[in-house]
Design a protein around this ligand. Sequence first.
Ligand code: FCB
Length: 479
Amino acid sequence: MYPTPATAPASVGRLHFPPGFLWGAATAAYQIEGAVAEGGRTPSIWDTFSHTPGKVAGGDTGDIACDHYHRYRTDVTLMSHLGLQAYRFSLAWPRVQPGGRGPANAAGLDFYSRLVDELLDAGVQPVATLYHWDLPQELEDGGGWAARETAERFGEYAALAAEALGDRVALWTTLNEPWCSAFLGYGSGVHAPGRTDPALALRAAHHLNLGHGRATAALRATLPGHARIAVSLNLHHVRPLTADPADLDAARRIDAVANRVFTGPMLSGGYPADLRADTAHVVDWDTLVKPGDEAAIGAPLDLLGINYYTPALVSAPAAGPAEDRHAHGDSPHSPWPGSEHVRFHLPPGETTGMGWAIDPTGLYDLLMATSRAHPGLPLAITENGAAFPDVRSADGLFHDDDRIDYLHQHLAAVHRAIADGADVRGYFLWSLLDNFEWAYGYEKRFGAVHVDYTSQLRTPKASARWYARTIGSNSIPAR
Ligand code: FCB
């Protein structure tokens, strides 16, 4: 005999998220806005890079992108139809403060102010990211993130943004994926500004960290007390290929230069000794890191944003042929200063349209490991999603079951991590719209909403409807 409830609870067959779990979607300024020369905006490093022949697939640029700058009202309507509770967008620094120095540009701020008002009117909580890779070109001309001055400028820009929007935006993230800015931007060179020098990459990492510290201080000083401050890191879930000590050491090295180079000073008191040792021949850390820097970078945060797409499987060089595409993009230059010899392997199983392994266990493991490493710090998934070669069906719609499956598997992993004690407060799907996927141009589509780049027509895919049901029920089907 076992007890049977008289009526099955409504939740049978579904995995429910905690009450108040925040459901959102994310985008970034250069990937969707277009209007690159309007409202006083000056060029960013991504304008320069995308207009440099050979840097972006198909010669694509963000000049027009999704034309969101002109169509933001339509896009907010779309968000409210999906039932989005929050929208994570980024501010284009060269719109807010052209050239990266001096006073704010009223027209640039006005765009974001109107967007924020529109979101609030629609009941969608605005979540602002200060930096999603579009450094003002003038600052790059002065050395970019490899120059310490850029960190100081970033703090000033943060204050301008917070003064203008802080009365209405209650959740801020400073940097998006500083790993990409530093190591793809200055190491492998597959991202803007396209420089390829391991020492510059590490200098950039430190100055991004310092910029985060300066911005956090500026936001704290300017925002009302209830506002929350976060950073979004693409923490790598690094697995060794085997239990061989050489492979374990390869994993330790990549964990250091992918993750702990940021979480060390931001959350754990300073740069890890093993990172400094692994890279001592590349930079002089004692000169790079000034007294007080680590304390500034370690200013307390309210939330850690994690962007997750795929794990990393690594080994020492002896382990045979390797899949280096994920590690290096199309560049002969390594994004891993001091650990250039580490081999990257394609994990087994299916891949997305990016060629990235689909591995929701990696997300679960990453959430659990991050929770254990930083107890008491709330987490949110600030990006997760997948590109697939979407095809319009005869009915005119996009039946992107592969994307639904990806989202379902990853949300189930988040649900399991919460059940096992991880304090995950929300989830932001990447991305609301198909958009300019950096060096891949427009060919790779991550949107829950399809964008026809000729007509700018938006068509919600099946995944958008699936996500709307997920939000509406605060649950996913238990499979
Ligand atoms: C992340 C970026 C985001 C988008 C996704 C696919 O690394 O933050 O802009 O390109 O990958």
